[in-house]
Design a protein around this ligand. Structure first.
Ligand SMILES: [Zn+2]
Length: 235
């Protein structure tokens, strides 16, 4: 099992750095939040349970397979209790390389309000890089029900608002970039709060959305979600 630590030293370091960054940003408190990276078709590096992200070290990281079985855990550590939704999403989304689940305070406010406004066409960069933030119904943390609640939306975007809980982003990019994307979504949520105070949230038109699809093609990016053909199908 030490093989995993040696073979994926770089990825383990990256995952640890991403945990600390999430802690610095204030998107996770205490031992909240969890992250994973797919390193082989059937091997996923994942954060341990009961370990504050700010103090994560390379010696804490665990590994699971696609069924959620523990492949490796350092002594005294266990993979996050949210392993079921990480494994399920990795199974349903073979394109996904990283998953980041956290509780950014402003996004979580929208999750408490059961608002669906973050799924609308608000700002160009989140549309191009992440996709609509789709609501996932509340279920008790760590439950199979919570992971099953992702099923109806998981192919339609890369961002999910977990009602009365927080959010989850999945990505085909590296984990630090996924944290950056979460920062972009939290900034958008803050801007929506300001727009609501000012009294008006104007959305982009279908024509503008079509033009953003052209940008995605020019920049050689993918339409958010899994095997989606057009932004018009998801916005
Ligand atoms: Zn959580």
């Amino acid at each position: 099992m030490m093989n995993i630590k040696r073979k994926y030293k770089k990825e383990i370091k990256l995952l640890t750095d991403a945990c600390r960054r999430l802690g610095e940003l204030g998107y996770v408190t205490s031992s909240g939040g969890n992250l994973s990276i797919r390193v082989e078709d059937n091997l996923i590096l994942i954060t341990p349970t009961k370990t504050p992200k700010r103090f994560m070290t390379v010696d804490d990281i665990c590994a699971i397979d696609l069924e959620g079985n523990t492949v490796y855990a350092p002594e005294g550590k266990k993979p996050t209790g949210e392993t079921p939704f990480h494994a399920r999403i990795m199974r349903m989304r073979p394109d996904v390389k990283t998953i980041v689940h956290a509780h950014p305070p402003v996004i979580t406010g929208f999750a408490v309000a059961h608002s669906d406004i973050l799924a609308k066409a608000i700002l160009p960069e989140p549309i191009i890089e992440v996709g609509p933030m789709l609501n996932v119904k509340y279920a008790t943390p760590l439950s199979d029900e919570l992971s099953e609640n992702f099923d109806s939306v998981i192919t339609k975007s890369n961002a999910f608002l977990m009602e009365n809980h927080g959010c989850l982003l999945c990505s085909f990019t590296d984990v630090m970039n996924t944290v950056e994307q979460m920062q972009m979504m939290e900034a958008m949520a803050q801007s929506v709060v300001v727009a609501k105070i000012l009294g008006n949230v104007e959305l982009l038109s279908d024509k503008h959305i079509g033009e953003l699809e052209d940008v995605i093609k020019v920049r050689n990016l993918k339409i958010p979600g899994y095997e989606q053909n057009s932004l018009h199908d998801i916005y």
